[in-house]
Design a protein around this ligand. Sequence first.
Ligand code: FPP
Length: 246
Amino acid sequence: MMKEIDPDKLPRHIAIIMDGNGRWAERHAMGRVLGHRKGAESVRVVVRTCRRIGISCLTLYAFSMENWLRPKAEVRALLQLLKDYLVNEVQEMMDQDIRLTAIGNLDSLGAPVLMKLRETIERTAGNQGMVLNLALSYGGRDEIATAAGRMVSDSLAGKIKPADVTKELCQRYLYTSALPDPDLLIRTGGEYRISNFLLWQMAYTEFYFTDILWPDFREPDLMEAIAEYQQRERRFGRTSEQLRRT
Ligand code: FPP
């Protein structure tokens, strides 16, 4: 049964760690790559559903910095899958008014993927219905280190001084400077970690973990996660009493 959700209390930004493709493939006696391909179907369903219910931003952890350590053939297949996704979905993004953005060490993706990515980002840049943000060759610590490096160079160029370095300034140097922090993190695949994902941005994010493997994660599962989020009280360090008074 589909969980009812409150349209007035939607998370603005949902982030997802899509885990369990490999195990799904193993359980179905298939190669890992087929698990990822099936996972791309869940991506399509989740993107469409988020757009339909009115989520403003969806960030998907599609390829981590650590994923480069996987067997070469799997890395190649993941990059190819990503390229196919961009080619096949750009029309849907246009029809659905979805803007594509990407965060991570994008240059390391290689020219074929990077060109397609840039092309799709440019083509969808004017869309306003929802932001679909892909984390690609992304690592949270790398993001913070890259931001620190850029701050040091701006400091050496005389653009900023140590006293300017506040948390708001740091935020402006991150890949996600244009996005709100995630309200809800979903991790599928039964593991309870954040695996170097959006470390700075998730300071106050609600975490939702499920054993469902990513290729099996569909609309009712997303609704369940949002319904659970809506039951939680977000206090941001305050007391419940203080929240009742505001
Ligand atoms: C984790 O499963 C998943 C990934 C490393 C890649 C995620 C990629 C996709 C869902 C498909 C492509 C993405 C887009 C945006 C089209 P795992 O292989 O670590 O699973 P396991 O823990 O069961 O081995």
